[in-house]
Design a protein around this ligand. Structure first.
Ligand SMILES: Cc1ncc(COP(=O)(O)O)c(C=O)c1O
Length: 348
């Protein structure tokens, strides 16, 4: 099976497994696991922040960040299709008691005007007490739902400046920040600079089996550690998995460029298949999103699956494919042949 459902399906390499087997461990809850501490230090250093806290998932780092910045009844501003607002299972409402106000991003990227429009205080004739206080702005870079789209640095600056004018805190969901950094030649630290907190994932394109981290100032990370504990995130001898994440940080970041090339090759091949619609300008990193004019996406992915290609639907006519380290160029060619055959069967 050629598995292009997600970059989360990547398996640890032999060298990564060796690093994990040899990991020095302690108890994460008592903060004496040396490998977790080393991973947290290294992540904070790469992101240019005081400190970082390791957690099991990107969902947890995002949700802990939201809880860290807000109180129940607050409102957060976020792109309508952001991961935090959609496939995090209603976390902002359930875990932090906050409302999300969706901003109209184009492939996940919104503007400073969108922020001003959403955060502008009401006229003094209207009691401000009627409205939920807006506390936090989140951006997602790269943007999964947008198709792995990269936030331009100038746009980040404009949006963050706008948010600061309204007294908002800033969080970046940088689950795939590594990809933006490799694609643009801009350091993770530079991308992270305007934000109070940044979450990053080791378990996606970087290929580690488990984990994400939330970075920020010492004060914010200290508060985040409390919510990590509250949400049940203390994971004891986590050094075993943290060693995989450390290995990925040191050895797998540069290799992401190869995933981007595979995504581009796949997207270009798809664009030549009749019946498939794809905007190649959206394919900026490792995620490929396309749509089908004449076949429900469910039917398409089921037929591809039967022929040995595993993809996910995205709505009734959309499909997502994510090339990753465990997929070869030859498999990309094979995947294109399967997609082409499924589409031509349909036309026949
Ligand atoms: C942009 C983004 N943020 C957060 C997450 C959540 O990560 P996890 O699956 O580790 O909870 C994902 C997962 O795919 C993601 O794409």
């Amino acid at each position: 099976m050629i598995d292009l459902r997600s970059d989360t399906v990547t398996r640890p390499t032999a060298a990564m497994r060796q690093a994990m087997a040899a990991a020095d461990v302690g108890d994460d809850v008592y903060r004496d696991d040396p490998t977790v501490l080393a991973l947290e230090r290294r992540t904070a250093e790469i992101l240019g922040k005081d400190d970082a806290v390791y957690m099991p998932t990107g969902t947890m780092t995002n949700q802990v960040a939201i809880r860290t910045h807000t109180e129940p009844g607050d409102q957060i501003l976020i792109d309508v299709n952001a991961h935090v607002a959609r496939p995090e299972a209603g976390g902002p409402a359930a875990l932090s008691g906050v409302m999300t106000k969706g901003l109209p991003g184009v492939h996940g990227v919104f503007t400073a005007d969108d922020v001003h429009a959403a955060a502008t205080p009401v006229h003094p004739f209207t009691p401000a007490t009627l409205l939920p206080p807006t506390r936090l702005l989140c951006i997602e870079n790269t943007h999964n739902g947008g198709g792995g789209t990269i936030w331009p640095l100038e746009r980040i600056t404009d949006v963050c400046d706008a948010a600061r004018q309204h007294g908002l805190r800033l969080h970046m969901d940088g689950a795939r920040l590594w990809h933006a950094s490799v694609a643009m030649g801009i350091s993770e630290r530079e991308y992270a600079a305007p934000f109070d907190t940044v979450s990053v994932c080791f378990s996606k394109g970087l290929g580690a089996p488990v984990g994400s981290a939330l970075a920020g100032s010492s004060e914010l990370v200290a508060r985040a550690r409390r919510f990590k504990a509250m949400f049940g995130g203390g994971f004891r001898q986590a050094g075993v998995v943290a060693a995989g994440a450390l290995h990925a940080l040191e050895h797998h970041r540069a290799g992401l460029a190869a995933d981007h090339s595979k995504a581009t090759a796949f997207a270009e091949g798809l664009s030549r298949i009749p019946g498939i619609e794809i905007d190649l300008a959206r394919v900026q990193t490792n995620i490929v999103r396309f749509s089908l004019a004449a076949m429900p996406s469910g039917t398409f992915v089921e037929r591809c699956h039967a022929a040995g290609l595993h993809l996910l639907t995205a709505g009734a006519d959309g499909v997502r494919a994510v090339p990753h380290a465990d997929i070869s160029e030859a498999q990309i060619a094979e995947a294109l042949a399967i997609a082409g055959a499924v589409m031509s069967e349909q036309a026949a």
